[in-house]
Design a protein around this ligand. Structure first.
Ligand code: TRP
Length: 338
């Protein structure tokens, strides 16, 4: 029998699909806090290329985007010494564990998933992998006995399904998995789309021009997007939660998060100025705030050997946790463990 792991720090597991670029909302709403907290937690950050292919992908593009996303995480300040940053397909236990979970997960649980229903509606032919997506996600999380799973609101249902799978396995085969908690960022850190401030900035809409500032955008692209940000017909530059002021409020919140100034100071600074001046200043703060990230990203992307070495190391450290866990799972379900 294997002993439960001795745990000192809470373990965090999060995954991100390499198919969409990260935007400033991801950074200010989530990644920045992960960076600040990386010493307090034991962190696993996984680039989920196996999830990405549940929607058909161009092979070369997928490979490039997988490296880009890993590089961006590191460029944002996640330290590969402190965090395990790895690619999902490098750790074969994710696929193995997914299969076993498939065999204890009723199809009805999967057909109920709202993300499945909305993605399936856009596909001509729905792939088995798309339905199975949340089971693979459960394998990702449970293989590491993660305590916390930081995700956006849209993934909460998948983490709840993960909890159901963990509990079902524990009931059928005996205590095996930690039942994880979803961790959703507070609403304060919810950056809105520049083209439509009534909506949260989203990765899937980031392809539309004017919606988001991507972490890899050039200074000119950043300036152009923010210049075009939707505001309102008024002229008051104050923090205001009212829906009709959402555009100005969003710009002010970005300014606040990046300058760490206090709200009264910021309002005093902008008093009497116009929206044009507000946008110019916010754009410059964003350009400067993202500059170190962009520079580190370019450096990493120009040195793919170094990046691949970091990812190899991440895969080794992930396997050091996932492989013994997988043996335990196989033993529990009645396989002969070699
Ligand atoms: N489904 C998640 C998303 O699209 C990505 C993901 C895959 C994930 N595996 C995970 C998130 C494990 C958290 C934990 O955002």
């Amino acid at each position: 029998m294997s002993n439960p792991p001795v745990k000192h720090k809470p373990r965090v597991f999060s995954g991100v699909q390499p198919t969409n670029a990260l935007h400033i909302g991801n950074y200010l709403g989530a990644i920045r806090r992960w960076v600040q907290e990386q010493d307090q937690k034991e962190n696993f950050y996984c680039v989920v290329d196996m999830h990405a292919i549940t929607i058909p992908q161009d092979p070369e593009t997928l490979r490039r985007k997988t490296r880009e996303l890993a590089a961006l995480y590191i460029a944002c300040g996640l330290d590969p010494q402190k965090c395990v940053i790895f690619v999902q397909s490098h750790v074969r236990e994710h696929a193995e564990c997914c299969w076993i979970f498939n065999c204890i997960t009723p199809i009805g649980w999967l057909e109920r998933m709202t993300q499945y229903k909305s993605k399936a509606a856009t596909q001509e032919s729905v792939l088995t992998g798309l339905l199975d997506y949340p089971v693979l996600m459960a394998a990702d999380i449970l293989l590491y006995d993660a305590d916390e799973v930081p995700v956006g609101e849209d993934q909460k249902q998948h983490v709840e399904l993960t909890r159901d799978i963990a509990q079902r396995f524990n009931t059928l085969f005996g205590e095996t998995f930690v039942v994880p908690q979803p961790v959703i960022p507070q609403s304060g850190a919810r950056i809105r789309g520049f083209d439509d401030p009534s909506k949260k900035m989203s990765k899937s809409e980031a392809v539309n021009r004017g919606h988001a500032v991507l972490l890899t955008d050039s200074p000119d692209e950043i300036r152009r997007t923010i210049k075009r940000a939707v505001t309102d017909l008024g002229r008051e530059i104050v923090f205001n939660e009212a829906p009709e002021k959402a555009g100005v409020n969003n710009l002010l919140e970005i300014y606040e998060l990046l300058t760490a100034q206090r709200r009264p100071e910021i309002e005093a600074h902008f008093a009497g100025k116009g929206y044009g001046a507000l946008k110019t200043e916010v754009a410059e703060v964003v350009v400067e705030g993202l500059r170190p990230i962009r520079e580190r990203f370019d450096e990493l992307m120009s040195n793919p050997d170094e990046l691949d070495r970091i990812l190899d190391d991440g895969a080794e450290r992930a396997r050091a946790v996932a492989a013994p866990k997988m043996k335990e799972i196989k033993r529990k379900v009645g396989f002969i463990v070699r």
